[in-house]
Write a protein that binds this ligand. Structure first.
Ligand code: SF4
Length: 433
């Protein structure tokens, strides 16, 4: 009988990609993948450490594995492992510990554990790593959208962020390896890929040759079969006139950009160690809107960063009200041990963070509703992804979620839809035959 392996993935799309790569390694060696809540022989927890809360969640999840099967092998990997080695080693339920750079060795390490019956641990210092770790071609995906990892690491060291310590310096993946993987994915009838990494704007920075993200995108755009290329979170400073003039010629690049803004007040941005001013950010937004007719912009914003005065928050509020994102992901700042911001003076009271977050959530909902309403009566192309009760749902290229009531299975198909109404946050349409 095949050995069963269950995965639990926390955190970002890079972790998701790496989980898919590990799953593929197991399948190729004859293992079977099952859901995390099911009985399995091996449980793999791919952890995240972006907040203290992620650490706690990682610990909870790994404890659950032995409750499902007390004889199972529990493997822990990911960013939490990388930054909290000592803490992890004390958790008795864990049998195998692997650092971020060792994920590709997972099957061998587990087989070593089984053969030697002794705990395994391999965590190399991620900061010393200067080359991208290749998993090989990762074509495993459970979704209609495939995540493609193009780089690892970040050199920015924003004052609130622990990620550079968990992921190391910028290491870009060779262009030919990315192209090969995407060509294989296109043969699996996948129509949309999401370009992801820890800091994709830095793609190519570590190469001797002058290769940038835009060069890679131009090559990806030529791959037959792939219809949409969506970009993961982008640092605003990459949006220059040259970048926009080149990217707008690539018809497969989705007209939705997620910008990691974090604050719309210059003094807060400075304390965050972000390298741009809000005026430059507004220029980038202007450029995108001038060059893409239907572009939708989304952003991450942190409220309650240490020292964020009422005046600073009001500046952020005013600027965001002017920019009008389609959607904002609002995060209440939380102290992350090991970062500069965690020991800054003037930490903000939880109640104030709640209030500020609420104000921005309301603003975000209002703009989303307004943008959605403007689509009533319009015809849009939707790539369908999954069923939800009597509806099938998918996204437009600019990432509006659209639902259509039908019994047909439309997964992974692109169809024309006429938008009929907005029901609360749902955009409802009908298929155009
Ligand atoms: S750019 Fe800043 S927030 Fe993003 S991963 Fe790098 S250090 Fe963290």
């Amino acid at each position: 009988m095949k050995q069963k392996v269950a995965f639990y993935t926390l955190g970002c799309k890079v972790n998701q990609y790496e989980t898919n790569a590990m799953k593929q390694n197991f399948i190729e060696k004859g293992y079977e993948i099952v859901e995390y809540e099911e009985y399995a022989d091996i449980y793999v927890i791919n952890t995240c450490t972006v907040t203290n809360m992620s650490d706690r969640k990682s610990r909870q999840v790994l404890r659950r594995a032995k409750q499902i099967n007390s004889k199972s092998i529990v493997v822990v990997t990911g960013c939490y492992v990388q930054v909290a080695k000592e803490e992890i080693e004390k958790i008795k339920e864990i049998d195998v510990i692997l650092g971020n750079n060792e994920k590709k060795e997972i099957v061998d390490k587990i087989e070593d554990y089984i053969n030697k019956n002794q705990k395994q641990k391999k965590i190399t210092d991620v900061m010393q790593k200067r080359e991208f770790v290749e998993f090989g071609n990762t074509t495993y995906t459970e979704k209609t959208r495939a995540v493609i990892k193009i780089q690892d690491g970040c050199d920015r060291f924003c004052s609130y962020c622990i990620i550079p310590y968990a992921r190391g310096r910028v290491r870009s993946r060779k262009i030919e390896n990315i192209l090969e993987e995407v060509k294989l994915i296109s043969k699996k009838e996948i129509k949309e890929i999401v370009i992801t990494g820890i800091h994709i704007a830095s793609y190519g920075k570590d190469f001797k040759e002058d290769i940038k993200l835009i060069d890679l995108l131009e090559k990806l755009n030529e791959i037959d079969g792939i219809k949409r290329i969506r970009l993961g979170s982008l640092e605003p400073s990459i949006i220059t006139n040259e970048f926009v003039q080149r990217i707008k010629k690539l018809e497969k690049i989705c007209d939705q950009f997620h910008l990691s803004l974090q604050s719309a007040c210059n003094s807060t941005l400075e304390r965050m160690n972000r390298k741009y001013k809000i005026e430059e950010f507004k220029e980038a937004v202007k450029l995108l809107r001038e060059n893409y007719k239907n572009v939708l912009l989304t952003a991450d914003v942190i409220v309650g960063f240490p020292g964020e005065t009422e005046e600073e928050f009001n500046t952020t509020y005013k600027n965001l009200d002017e920019i009008k994102f389609y959607k904002m992901h609002i995060f209440k700042y939380s102290q992350r041990k090991g970062t500069k911001a965690a020991i800054m003076k003037n930490q903000i009271d939880g109640k104030i963070k709640d209030e500020r977050s609420q104000k921005l959530i309301e603003m975000s909902n209002k703009f989303q509703q307004e943008y959605n309403k403007a689509y009533i009566g319009k015809k849009v192309e939707v790539l369908f992804e999954e069923r939800e009760n009597e509806f099938v749902k998918g996204h437009t290229s600019n990432f509006i979620e659209v639902k259509v009531e039908t019994k047909e299975n439309l997964d992974n198909q692109i169809k024309m839809v006429k938008i009929n109404k907005i029901d609360k946050e749902n955009v409802i349409g009908e298929l155009i035959k």
